[in-house]
Write a protein that binds this ligand. Structure first.
Ligand SMILES: C[S@@+](CC[C@H](N)C(=O)[O-])C[C@H]1O[C@@H](n2cnc3c(N)ncnc32)[C@H](O)[C@@H]1O
Length: 283
């Protein structure tokens, strides 16, 4: 059944507001894995001193903060997210890093409340595919970019390439605890086919489109740490696991331990692979 966009947007905001504290607390694990992705994206918008750069769906804000130093002197970063709770995480992180040339805004990527042709670059790591109407957000992105300004984004490849995130749902489906998710609706794998990214960028008026893949690795001291982190980061997973019986939870963990055993080292530490598309285009 199709998602009702208004209902999806409301639920999604609740989800992200509730998960914001955990995204701040676990930002090191996310950023150690995601750094090469941030780096690719920042290079792709070619930040120059004096530039104005917007980060959408910034979460704890690390990708934008990499750009912030490159636009000094005179440049300004707008670090934004749909939910205030995430913006608070980014503000705390900027203080920790000593990033000063940044303004924090609550901005919904589908309705960007900024002037037309005002920006040199827009960054959105793992954001657009989560939106009810990604085309609306990309149209808005192009509107706020000056002619020739650049957007860079990241979006996850196939679930099978991303066991760090996809393994729990696969095993919950195998247990009969949930229906197979509809990956064509808004969700982290909605842009798994890179053609979808190219089509959307073309449809929304972007040019000079580049799409690449980056393989990354999420590292944890143990599978237990991975599991606790996933339950913290995803309120959906926490709800699904909360809804099954204790016996099913044991079966789920056994199945996950078996599925992920190939990624566990002798000392119990884990390196779970991930694969993400990265894309850039000019307005
Ligand atoms: C998967 S997290 C990615 C966070 C960060 N970009 C990163 O790479 O670590 C997705 C982020 O998108 C934000 N988000 C969800 N819907 C949004 C919307 N409609 N507009 C702007 N941000 C949104 C969430 O609050 C969350 O911070």
């Amino acid at each position: 059944m199709d998602q009702d966009p208004a209902e999806y947007r409301a639920t999604s905001r609740e989800h992200w507001a509730a998960a914001a504290g955990a995204w701040g607390a676990h930002r090191d694990v996310i950023q150690s894995a995601g750094e090469p992705v941030s780096q690719w994206m920042v290079d792709a918008i070619d930040p120059q001193p004096g530039h104005r750069v917007l980060e959408l769906a910034a979460g704890p804000g690390d990708t934008g903060f990499l750009a912030a130093e490159l636009i000094e002197p005179g440049g300004r970063l707008i670090s934004s997210d749909a939910v205030q709770e995430m913006v608070d995480q980014a503000r705390a992180r900027a203080t920790e890093l000593g990033v000063a040339n940044v303004d924090f805004r609550t901005i919904d990527a589908e309705w960007i409340d900024l002037a037309t042709a005002d920006l040199d670059g827009v960054l959105a790591r793992w954001g657009y595919m989560l939106l009810a109407d990604p085309a609306a957000a990309l149209r808005e992105t192009r509107r706020v970019l000056r002619p020739g300004g650049r957007v860079a984004l990241a979006a996850w490849a196939e679930p099978a390439e991303n066991p760090w995130a996809a393994a729990p749902a696969a095993e919950l489906v195998a247990l009969g605890a949930i229906e197979p998710p509809d990956l064509d609706q808004a969700n982290m794998f909605a842009f798994r086919d890179p053609e979808r990214i190219v089509d959307l960028l073309e449809q929304t008026g972007f040019a000079e489109i580049v799409v690449e893949q980056i393989a990354i690795s999420f590292r944890y001291p143990s599978l237990d740490d991975w599991w606790d982190t996933q339950l913290d980061l995803s309120t959906t997973l926490a709800r699904q696991v909360g809804a099954i019986s204790p016996a099913q939870r044991d079966d789920l963990r056994d199945a996950l331990d078996a599925r992920l055993a190939p990624y566990v080292a002798q000392d119990g530490s884990v390196a779970l692979p991930g694969l993400t598309h990265v894309a850039a285009a000019g307005a």
